[in-house]
Design a protein around this ligand. Structure first.
Ligand code: AKG
Ligand code: FE2
Length: 345
């Protein structure tokens, strides 16, 4: 298979998307300035943070994406992460093939093709389960270069705390008790994806990442070398995301849209690439435990507020997700309870 890291003059057919939806031009929209919050203020109970929390809840309803600054992860850890990720993606093809995703699996280096007609993304990626430890592919993780492994462990531990804090306040925002949030998400399944999007001679023909919403509780995204490329779909338009260089982006995922019974929105997004610069990102996905049943939070359901989504065990939800082709928010729509109106008869 041709690798996007050695682009030929003519882009191989498998990357070319004939029906690519264009990026909205500046005059069509106001730039997607994603609301930004101070994480310390949000998470410290006792602070006078009511106004910020309400702004956060409104943002999750309207946008499903926000930024957090003052997140407490040290600049040194983030610098090490950039250096180690650059080294990893610069390894030779042969070196990287040691980590290749095996047939039928989804952990490791490389693109998993989910269907024959699916176009290939212009990106190299490495996907892995972080927690619970018994689901981690120890032999895969232990093969990674030592400094990368150590940096990732530090980074994951920091992000896990931030992620749990955010899940709790987002749960409270829809009226859930902390215990109910913890019951679903504490000691949950965390996964990560590191991606390198190489420069492309014809960026307008390809995508770095197919449009999708994340099938997660929340996703914490760090744009490692501060190169733009992420776009979100808002009111039917693809808008480039501009971001604060010291902030993380947080995306509400499908599972939180389900848990909140549709109060929050999972934002559809994609990645475009550019001619000159390679882009690095790392996404950390915070999910329920494998054994948890996902569905609208029981405390939120009543006769006046019936469930909008089906219930399913997390493990089955994940299997279902990986067996389908990425296609916008189709996976979430598949979880909706279909109601028949009297007019249907
Ligand atoms: O690379 C990015 O900015 C986005 C990555 C992403 O959306 C994902 O890994 O699900
Ligand atoms: Fe994503």
């Amino acid at each position: 298979m041709a690798s996007p890291s050695q682009p030929e003059i003519a882009i191989p057919e498998m990357f070319i998307r004939p029906e690519l939806e264009p990026t909205a031009i500046q005059s069509d929209h106001e730039a997607a300035a994603i609301p930004i919050f101070d994480l310390k203020t949000l998470l410290c109970a006792g602070n006078d943070n009511t106004t910020q929390l309400h702004e956060l809840y409104d943002t999750c309803k309207e946008w499903g994406i926000f930024q957090v600054r003052n997140h407490g992860v040290s600049p040194q850890v983030l610098e090490n992460l950039q250096v180690e990720m650059e080294k990893f993606f610069n390894l030779s093809k042969e070196e990287k093939s040691k980590y290749q995703v095996e047939e039928g699996d989804f952990q490791g280096y490389g693109n998993v093709k989910r269907s024959k007609d699916e176009k290939v993304d212009w990106g190299e990626r490495f996907f892995m389960v972080i927690n619970p430890l018994e689901r981690r592919k120890a032999d895969l993780f232990e093969k990674l270069p030592l400094l990368l492994r150590e940096t990732l462990e530090t980074y994951f531990a920091e992000l896990r705390k931030i992620g749990m804090g955010l899940l709790r306040i987002l749960g409270e925002g829809v009226g859930m008790e902390i215990e109910e949030v913890d019951h679903i998400f504490d000691n949950g399944m965390q996964t990560t994806r590191m991606t390198y999007y190489p420069p492309c001679p014809n960026p307008e023909l390809v995508l770095g990442l197919t449009p999708h919403s994340d099938s997660t509780g929340i996703t914490i995204l760090h744009q490692v070398n501060a190169i733009e490329g992420l776009q979100i779909k808002k009111h039917g338009l693809w808008l480039p995301v501009s971001f604060h260089p010291n902030a993380f982006l947080v995306l509400v995922g499908d599972i939180f849209q389900i848990v909140s019974n549709g109060v929050y929105n999972s934002m559809e997004h994609r990645v475009v690439v550019n001619k000159e610069k390679g882009r690095l990102s790392i996404a950390m996905f915070m999910n329920p435990k494998y054994e948890a049943e996902i569905g609208p939070a029981k405390s939120l359901i009543s006769e006046e507020n019936p469930p909008l989504f089906r219930r399913m065990v997390m493990e089955d939800f994940v299997k279902d997700y990986f067996s389908r082709k990425l296609n916008g928010k189709a996976h979430l729509d598949n979880m909706r309870i279909k109601t028949t109106s009297p007019d249907d008869h």
